[in-house]
Design a protein around this ligand. Sequence first.
Ligand code: NAD
Ligand code: TDX
Length: 365
Amino acid sequence: MTTVKRSILITGGAGFIGSHLVRHFVTRYPNYQIINLDNLTYAGNLENLKDIEAADNYTFVKGSITDLTLLRTLFKNFDVDGVLHTAAESHVDRSIENPMVFVQTNVQGTAALLQVARECWTKPGRNYRFHHISTDEVFGALGEEGYFTEQSPYNPQSPYAASKASADHLVRAFHNTYKLPVVLSNCSNNYGPYQFPEKLIPLFIKNILEERVLPVYGTGCNVRDWLHVQDHVEALDLIFHEGKTGDAYLIGGHNEWKNIDLIHLLCQQTDKRLNRAAGHSQKLIHFVQDRAGHDHRYAIDASYIKRELGWTPRFTFEQGLAQTIDWYLNNSDWIAGVSSGAYRNYYLSKAHTARQNVKSYESAA
Ligand code: NAD
Ligand code: TDX
């Protein structure tokens, strides 16, 4: 355990990955002061951090990463010397409906953080570090073969991916131009507790539980590489502390699943826990209109981070998925809390679309 004192700003710490990251840093590094800056959009929830909210080394600040005045005050008052930047609009479907907020948060918000770090990080001899947390979606889609590597060209397809790619470029530009000490990471699809039920795994567990339609986009043949959020957080810790300044690290689970196969597994595993008959929830599967510009496949070659920093995932998918399903089944209050208000309307409109495209799993199989 390190005895060095640091003051670290984690942005988006009330979200899915951010809350796991905040908990990890607050508990593993008692000498670090952790400031969580989050403006609590629909995706931010302080319930995610109830267990550590009273810790002496933890401060929550409600505010936006686009607010330059607030950022300058925080950097100055807390003498911030490290940033782990997770705050973002993160859902591809929402970016297709409303791209502008993705540009504001993901591009302008990242630019504001970089600018204030540049202004404030002027003291010689300090160990400053700006870690930008990004996604594999910036590289576009793969065919049936091959993997993304640190050398893959940028080719973002959705407004979400394009906004994250823009942010990555800004981070590199601040390093090249102003020598800001940055490090980047691009991770594959995460899963685990506290993920907002708009993303595939929590949405489908919730719908199985509530016996609602399971809307599979297109043919269900798109492929994602799933990684448990805690394994992502361990990788972020290593990269933040030991990553080479200016470098990017790709993080992934070597765990590719075709959506439809994963959905069958979710149905099976959840039904088993609910003592339902085998095949019960598969009847809820409906193939619906495909996502516009739906990327076919993402897959990561994580050999660089393994070789350089010794990182490998700890969770097998079997363990991680079992823990995740159990968590959602045992935390229905959390699901009910986040599934209210504006999100409920959004969710209902999706279910409506699903019913309009009725092509049941039985007839498609
Ligand atoms: P999330 O949507 O669950 O959480 C995002 C958080 O950011 C929320 O707490 C929200 O309130 C906050 N936020 C949004 N706008 C803000 C603003 N203007 N100011 C301050 N806070 C703001 O997202 P997530 O899934 O936890 O993703 C976190 C980061 O990791 C994102 O940058 C995302 O691009 C990246 N990422 C996610 C995944 C994944 O599978 N979820 C994979 C790779 C990379
Ligand atoms: O209802 C659905 N039906 C469906 O078939 C939903 C929500 C998703 N899908 C499909 C689309 C994708 O092929 O499942 C796959 C996973 O979808 P999402 O959970 O929305 O994730 P994805 O679009 O792959 O992006 C995720 O991984 C990279 C995160 O949301 C991003 O924040 C991250 O950067």
